[in-house]
Design a protein around this ligand. Structure first.
Ligand SMILES: [Zn+2]
Length: 124
């Protein structure tokens, strides 16, 4: 399995602002492919098996997204902390697309940096 194949199966649509790969294909429930979430498969393609005790989380708050750079193996605790540190409570997700473009909301870069930090073992 590759991301390209997964995107084909999912008839993926890429959000040009956020870089999210959004699942549009057949699912059993939102984001599920044959009982496995597409984003879990995408995570494993990019990062290998999900470590014991971890679950695949989204940095981008898009449950249907399976862009590997937007995914990380986290815990419920880290997820809450990340949400606060991203400032979600200050309304990030309520920005319109135009506002997000104007503000240059930078989470895709920070997601990549955090993913690199995760790989280096400095987080979690
Ligand atoms: Zn995403």
């Amino acid at each position: 399995m590759t991301i390209e194949r997964l995107a084909e199966i999912g008839r993926a649509v890429e959000d040009e602002i956020t870089g999210c790969l959004l699942w549009r294909g057949q699912t059993t429930r939102a984001g599920f492919v044959a009982d496995r979430r597409a984003y879990v498969i995408a995570f494993e393609i990019g990062n290998g098996p999900v470590p014991d005790g971890r679950i695949v989380r989204h940095r981008c708050d898009q449950p249907g997204c399976f862009a590997p750079a937007h995914l990380y193996a986290g815990t419920p605790a880290t997820n809450v902390r990340d949400a606060w540190s991203r400032g979600r409570s200050r309304g990030f997700v309520s920005y319109s697309r135009e506002e997000r473009k104007a503000r240059g909301v930078g989470w895709p870069d920070s997601a990549r940096q955090t993913a690199a930090a995760n790989r280096a073992g400095r987080l979690g």
